[in-house]
Design a protein around this ligand. Structure first.
Ligand code: SAM
Length: 250
């Protein structure tokens, strides 16, 4: 998969060199290009923002640097056979970024991110590229960050761990919170590792029982309890067949 990020803070993307994403890059599973938006400014001050039409506080990112930057990045990707691009526009007014969307994005060959600063990007830039490729305006949560770079890191990490061969154990994300399947819409319950007792706290007996059926049932019950406590809205989204008689008595 190819990723391009256009930003006024390229150094903010340094974490893409470490851990899971860094290793995926080193193995050639991810081909990441970070670009400085100011390379596409031609004035003495490398201006990327201007005052908003209609007045109001804050500044708006200008059309020209974004247009020139995206044209160059796209031309390079097309030339090198990167497949069909999708534009990922981080914005608090976008659709919520979910595991489902992470799965969808992980199936695309090439993602181009446009993390903004100030009050965001002149709308015409997004409208222009939407005529040429799918555009995903995504929000990573109901809060406002100073810029979209942290959102790029979030989306990239969620997507990268789904790419074939990136996780050491391909099964690892099967039981994650939000994973599709039997536990769909349930959060993951508590997890434990050795030693079996620590500061007087013992792990639940069932986990030492070696009884796979009982362990699976315990995990599911704990997932249900945790989801009910932290995200009752997710329980409402579960299909009725997820629950049995015992659950209804809980
Ligand atoms: N005026 C914008 C609004 O109210 O929707 C907020 C702009 S914010 C200060 C600057 C940039 O940070 C945004 O354009 C976006 O790139 C990024 N950003 C802020 N919060 C975000 C969020 N929750 N999800 C994704 N990106 C976000």
């Amino acid at each position: 998969m190819r990723l391009d990020v256009v930003t006024i803070f390229p150094e903010y993307l340094e974490p893409l060199n470490v851990s899971l994403v860094g290793k995926a890059r080193a193995r050639g599973q991810l081909n990441v290009h970070v670009h400085d938006l100011r390379s596409w400014t031609y004035d003495r001050h490398n201006t990327v923002d201007d005052t908003p039409y209609g007045g109001g506080p804050g500044m708006v990112m200008k059309t020209e640097p974004w247009g020139d930057a995206l044209d160059t990045v796209l031309a390079d990707g097309y030339e090198t056979g990167s497949g069909a691009p999708a534009l990922i526009v981080p914005t608090p007014s976008g659709r919520p970024f979910t595991q489902e969307l992470a799965v969808e994005l992980s199936e695309r060959p090439w993602l181009v991110f446009t993390p903004a600063r100030y009050e965001g990007i002149d709308r015409r830039v997004i409208d222009e590229y939407a005529t040429r490729m799918p555009v995903y305006e995504v929000s990573i949560g109901d809060y406002v960050l100073a810029g979209g770079e942290a959102a790029v890191l979030v989306v990239t990490e969620a997507v990268a761990r789904l790419l074939p061969g990136v996780l050491g154990n391909a099964e690892s994300h099967r039981d994650d919170s939000f994973a599709p399947g039997a536990m769909a819409n349930l959060l993951e319950g508590p997890i434990y590792t050795k030693p079996p007792a620590w500061r007087g706290r013992e792990i639940p007996d069932v986990l030492l029982s070696g009884h796979h059926g009982k362990i699976a049932r315990w995990r599911r019950d704990e997932a249900l309890k945790r989801t009910a406590a932290h995200r009752p809205d997710l329980i409402e989204r579960c299909e009725p067949k997820v629950f049995d008689k015992k659950d209804r008595e809980m």
